[in-house]
Design a protein around this ligand. Structure first.
Ligand SMILES: Nc1nc2c(c(=O)[nH]1)N(C=O)[C@@H](CNc1ccc(C(=O)N[C@@H](CCC(=O)O)C(=O)O)cc1)CN2
Ligand SMILES: Nc1ncnc2c1ncn2[C@@H]1O[C@H](COP(=O)(O)OP(=O)(O)OP(=O)(O)O)[C@@H](O)[C@H]1O
Length: 183
C-alpha cells in the first residue's frame, strides 16, 4: 500500500488528466436531495485545480432552502472556519490558491459537509491535501453529515488510515453515489 504522500502525488496527476479529458458534472443523488431542507446548512467549496466541482449540489441545496457556507483558512496550520455565502457575493483570493468567502459574513457551522478529496476507498476513508483541515472539522463537528465529492478515478481499493481519520458517510462522483449518499 502506498504511503499518503506518494498516493497524493499519483492521485493529483490522475485527477488532472481525468478533469482535462473527460470530466463531467457531479449531480446530487436522491439521498442527498432528501436531506436538503430549509434550516439545514451545507458547506460547499470552490474547486482548486482539477478538483471535482460541487456547485450543482450546492445549487440544489440552495433551491431547497439550505444556507450555503464556504470554508475559510488563513494558512496550512490554521483551522477551517465556515462563513455564509450567497452567489451574488465576491470570493476573495486566499492562501494555497484558494478563493474564499468574506469573513464579514455570519460564521455558521454546517450540518452537511461536502469535502474535497484526493482519494477515497470502499470503506469511505478519505485522503485529503495533508494539512488535516477537514480532519479537524470532522472532529469538532462529529454530528455533521460528511459527504466526499470526487471524480470516479479517485476511488482506490484501500487507503492507509491514521487514528484521527474519520470515514465519510458517503461519496458522490460523476458516475455513482456510495454509502449513505446512494439511494
Ligand atoms: N477547494 C478546496 N477548498 C478547501 C480545501 C481543499 O482541499 N479544496 N481544504 C482542504 O483541506 C481547505 C484548505 N486547505 C488546503 C490545504 C492544502 C492545500 C494544498 O496543499 N494545495 C496544493 C495544491 C492543490 C491542488 O492543486 O490540488 C499546493 O498548495 O501545493 C490546499 C488547501 C479548505 N478549503
Ligand atoms: N483531529 C485533529 N486534530 C489535530 N490535528 C489533526 C487532526 N487530524 C489530523 N491532524 C493533523 O493533520 C495532519 C494531516 O493529516 P492527514 O495526512 O490525515 O490529512 P488529510 O486528511 O489527508 O488532509 P485534509 O483533512 O487537510 O484534507 C497530521 O499531521 C495530523 O497530525
Amino acid at each position: 500500500m502506498d504511503d499518503k504522500p506518494t498516493l497524493r502525488a499519483r492521485m493529483r496527476a490522475l485527477r488532472d488528466e481525468f478533469a482535462m479529458t473527460i470530466g463531467g458534472v457531479i449531480v446530487p443523488s436522491p439521498a442527498l436531495l432528501a436531506r436538503f431542507a430549509p434550516g439545514a446548512t451545507l458547506s460547499s467549496y470552490v474547486p482548486i485545480g482539477s478538483e471535482a466541482d460541487p456547485s450543482a449540489i450546492a445549487f440544489a441545496a440552495r433551491e431547497r432552502g439550505c444556507t450555503i457556507v464556504l470554508p475559510h483558512v488563513t494558512s496550512r496550520e490554521s483551522p477551517v472556519r465556515f462563513f455564509e455565502w450567497h452567489p451574488d457575493q465576491p470570493l476573495i483570493d486566499g492562501p494555497l490558491g484558494l478563493r474564499q468567502p468574506s469573513t464579514d459574513a455570519p460564521e455558521v457551522d454546517p450540518d452537511i459537509v461536502l469535502a474535497p478529496l484526493l482519494a477515497f476507498d470502499a470503506a469511505l476513508n478519505r485522503l485529503g491535501q495533508g494539512a488535516g483541515h477537514y480532519d479537524r472539522v470532522f472532529e469538532r463537528l462529529p454530528g455533521a453529515w460528511r459527504i466526499g465529492i470526487a471524480w470516479s478515478v479517485q476511488q482506490v481499493a484501500a487507503l492507509a488510515t491514521d487514528p484521527w481519520d474519520m470515514p465519510l458517510h458517503g461519496v458522490v462522483t460523476e458516475a455513482a453515489a456510495f454509502g449513505e449518499a446512494a439511494a
